[in-house]
Design a binder for this molecule. Structure first.
Ligand SMILES: NC(=O)c1ccc[n+]([C@@H]2O[C@H](COP(=O)([O-])OP(=O)(O)OC[C@H]3O[C@@H](n4cnc5c(N)ncnc54)[C@H](OP(=O)(O)O)[C@@H]3O)[C@@H](O)[C@H]2O)c1
Length: 293
């Protein structure tokens, strides 16, 4: 199972864009790597560099101590692992397949029932970023598995961290980052359309308004504390003071013929909270809207 005490034999199930990058990272890190992919030819380039191709999932799993899975969907991940049968005994699984938290947890529970060590990982980079010192991977599951393979995990990204013993939490962390990113990007692109309608280049705006833009992130810790504590009292910047600026943004967007839906939605949230008696509260009070589902 290992060539020597320091080099864990790694098996990779799934050689899509991400799986191929992961296999290459382990190979470049000096590990013996065995791969299996539904479409075997996808392993050709890696095999030419010294990776071993297995003909079946079972043979691939038998060759490794650490079985890494990177496929499309956690049902598929689990089916592949199940198909290995008793070849999986004594191995540990690192599942890097995306999905919902419940889907990740279901694979973890299956692994636990059969006595297999299990770690789920949420990769926060695109495939070319694998192995980069700044690449983030959130891990959840068996702490012992995480700790046993620290050097191997470090090959995937320099900023990996165990975020809990619940295998579903990494997916939630990933969604929280992406959700924040999409909200921010939508706001920024709406701003770009607004500026463009006045003949202003987005880059020029960013260079000149950069300090106000980067200050936005500095609000997050206090918003997080308010949400966690359920306390929304604030001395400055109460919700009601957001209303005039939001109304101006909606009117300006309409006047310029650009889509006003994004600021209109925000205006509706803020106006609703103010109408419910939260005019003097922090913006964090809007958490109650998002909690309702
Ligand atoms: N690509 C990225 O930059 C990136 C970034 C972060 C996370 N991820 C995650 O990494 C995982 C893999 O993504 P990817 O980009 O590598 O996807 P991909 O390029 O589309 O490859 C999908 C992989 O899943 C395999 N597969 C799909 N259905 C299968 C089935 N029924 N049975 C067996 N194998 C099956 C494919 O096999 P075939 O080759 O035979 O089709 C292939 O190996 C996903 O969960 C994805 O969300 C990817």
């Amino acid at each position: 199972m290992t060539t020597n005490a320091r080099r864990t034999a790694v098996t990779l199930l799934g050689l899509g864009e991400m799986g191929a990058a992961i296999a290459a990272a382990f190979m470049d890190g000096g590990h013996p790597v065995t791969v299996w992919n539904r479409t075997p030819e996808k392993a050709d380039a890696l095999v030419a560099k010294g990776v071993r191709r297995a003909g079946t999932v079972r043979d691939a799993v038998a060759a490794g101590s650490l079985v890494v899975v990177s496929v499309k969907g956690n049902d598929t991940a689990r089916e592949l692992l199940e198909s290995a049968g008793d070849a999986l005994d004594g191995r540990d699984v690192l599942n890097l397949t995306d999905g919902t938290s419940a889907e990740a947890r279901a694979v973890a529970e299956w692994a636990k029932e059969r006595g297999t060590g299990y770690l789920h990982g949420q990769i926060m980079t695109i495939a070319p970023g694998i192995g980069h010192p700044e690449a983030v991977v959130f891990y959840g599951g068996d702490r012992a598995v995480h700790d046993r393979y620290r050097p191997e995990l470090a090959l995937l990204g320099g900023r990996g961290s165990l975020v809990g013993d619940d295998a579903g939490v990494p997916a939630l962390y990933g969604m929280a980052v992406h959700g924040t990113m999409w909200g921010t990007l939508n706001g920024f692109l709406h701003a770009a359309a607004l500026l463009e309608s006045a003949g202003i280049e987005t880059r020029r705006f960013l260079d000149q308004a950069g300090p106000s833009m980067s200050a936005l992130v500095s609000f997050l810790p206090s918003i997080a504390d308010e949400v966690d504590r359920g306390e929304h009292a604030v001395e400055y910047g109460a919700l009601q003071h957001h209303l005039p600026s939001l109304e101006d943004l909606v009117r300006e967007s309409r006047a310029r013929g650009i889509d006003a839906e994004f600021p209109r939605y925000t205006l509706e949230l803020v106006a609703g909270a103010v109408a419910e008696g939260h005019a003097e509260d922090s913006y964090s009070r809007l958490i109650e809207h998002f909690r309702k589902g």
